[in-house]
Design a protein around this ligand. Structure first.
Ligand code: FES
Length: 89
């Protein structure tokens, strides 16, 4: 998986997809943003650029957000082998 955060690119090839995207990035020392961790605030939101994820819980993103590729990393696990996300903008 690849993640873009504050102009930095992080690439990992050992993401099993079992934990959430946020948990995985934290386990790698990536300072990914978050607040509630419950799908209620969107502080952890990213844009999916390639691949896709499913979200366990989403109380904050509407259909337009989802159509724009926005996902909550605290609720997201990958459903594709390739996953590229960005926290920028
Ligand atoms: S941290 Fe609040 S929705 Fe993910």
């Amino acid at each position: 998986m690849e993640a873009e955060l504050d102009g930095e690119n992080f690439t990992f090839d050992d993401y099993s997809g079992k934990e959430t995207v946020l948990e995985f990035l934290e386990s790698k020392g990536v300072p990914a943003p978050f607040s509630c961790r419950e799908g209620n605030c969107s502080a952890c939101a990213c844009v999916v650029l390639e691949g896709d994820v499913k979200m366990a819980h989403n109380e904050v993103l509407d259909d337009l957000d989802l159509a724009d590729g926005i996902r909550l990393t605290c609720q997201a696990t990958p459903i594709t082998e390739k996953l590229r996300i960005s926290f920028n903008g």
